[in-house]
Ligand binder design. Structure first.
Ligand SMILES: [Zn+2]
Length: 388
């Protein structure tokens, strides 16, 4: 096995609510680096945080605190991801795994949220959890300060600061950050076009990534203002920026490619019903087998119209047995069918506006060859997995 592969291989370290939690080997390096950074600071500097004063600590104490604090920081990241995952589950989306990687965490969902509201809730759940952890840890500092436990104070202080930072950073409005997902949900809701919303939120993500990289470079070379650890902070900002840039660029590219996906790539085999069928038979015999909200009405491959269950609502139940599908369907007309070569994007626009939420797919010979339903569109070629 190649070294880089070994380095990226993932281990399952736990299962929480049935969700596998994985880390890769790079994670050990980051854990060690964090312990070292915290311990060496506690060892060499006296700390003044508010009115709590702490002299430089003995080596062993400093390292123990380094380990405890680092464990707290990683648990914070995990809690953030778990919050996304549990909200996704509440929205009916299964979770593949939670991965902790050097730049934070990732809750991988089996599929994309099906509507902007679900997207928004899942996105907000992570930063909300971080903010809550931050408040709790801040409460911890206050209690520690009362009892004059300066070391406990420092641990809580670092964990609180980290969680607030995590919440704020993740709310930056660029995909794939949580704030970018919020932006995507808003644009999606406004325009109704998920793909375009993804592309725009991805572009914002690239912009923010670029700003992080520039900020990192500035810290490294700025003559006037420098933080205490310029190389670490600058380097980190550049690394995170590059990581985000890579992810956001892939998202934008994916959304651009999706513009070229055609109806033929996404349509399903049509389940047709006969115009002469009675509504009662449709309800008794066909609906239990095919749970869809509209059906193409056809004789052979000849499309006659589309029947939407929504249109049956106004029909009293007593008349179901003597009403034929033909009398309640929407007769075929523009807006109800497309050519297989139409882009999926424009087909989705059409479905949004035609009142039945579906489209028949008719080829050049006038034959019904497929059916598209809003909210049930899946591109066949590859399974989409979602990461955050
Ligand atoms: Zn998040």
């Amino acid at each position: 096995m190649r070294f880089t592969k070994l380095f990226k291989r993932q281990l399952t370290i736990a299962r929480v609510y049935g969700i596998p939690v994985r880390i890769d080997y790079r994670w050990y390096a980051i854990f060690a680096l964090s312990v070292w950074l915290i311990a060496s600071n506690l060892q060499s500097h006296a700390m003044q945080l508010g009115n709590v004063e702490m002299p430089p600590l003995p080596t062993v104490t400093a390292w123990i605190l380094g380990v405890i604090t680092t464990a707290g920081l990683f648990l914070s990241v995990f809690g953030h991801e778990l919050s996304h995952a549990l909200m996704a589950r509440a929205e009916g989306i299964e979770i593949e795994e939670i991965v902790l990687h050097p730049f934070g965490g990732l809750a991988r969902l089996r599929m994309e949220p099906q509507n902007p509201r679900a997207e928004l809730r899942i996105a907000v759940a992570g930063p909300a959890a971080s903010f809550l952890f931050g408040v709790l840890a801040f409460g911890g500092t206050q209690i520690a300060a009362l009892g004059d436990y300066s070391t406990t104070f420092v641990v809580f202080f670092l964990i609180a600061a980290w969680n607030f930072l995590l919440a704020l950073f993740n709310l930056l409005p660029g995909y794939p950050l949580d704030g970018g997902r919020v932006l995507r949900a808003i644009l999606w809701r406004k325009t109704g076009n998920m793909n375009e919303a993804t592309r725009m939120a991805g572009m914002c993500g690239m912009l923010i990534a670029g700003m992080l990289i520039l900020f990192g470079i500035y810290i490294l070379i700025a003559p006037n203002w420098r933080p205490t650890q310029p190389y670490f902070m600058g380097g980190w900002s550049i690394l995170v920026g590059l990581f985000l840039l890579d992810t956001a660029a892939k998202v934008v590219k994916g959304a651009q490619d999706a513009r070229l996906v055609t109806v033929a790539d996404a349509m399903s085999r049509p389940i047709t019903i006969d115009p002469g069928l009675m509504v009662s038979r449709l309800v008794d015999d066909i609906l239990p087998l095919h749970r869809q909200t509209s059906f193409p009405v056809a004789v052979g491959a000849q499309l006659h119209g589309i029947l939407s269950l929504e249109d049956l609502r106004s029909l009293p139940r007593e008349s179901w047995a003597r009403t034929s599908v033909q009398t309640v369907m929407r007769p075929v007309g523009p807006g109800f069918f497309v050519d297989p070569a139409t882009t999926l994007n424009s087909a989705q626009e059409l479905m949004k506006e035609n009142g039945v939420g579906s489209l028949a797919v008719v080829n050049a010979q006038g034959q019904l060859v497929g059916f598209l339903q809003r909210g049930k569109v899946t591109r066949r070629p590859k399974r989409k997995s979602r990461s955050r």
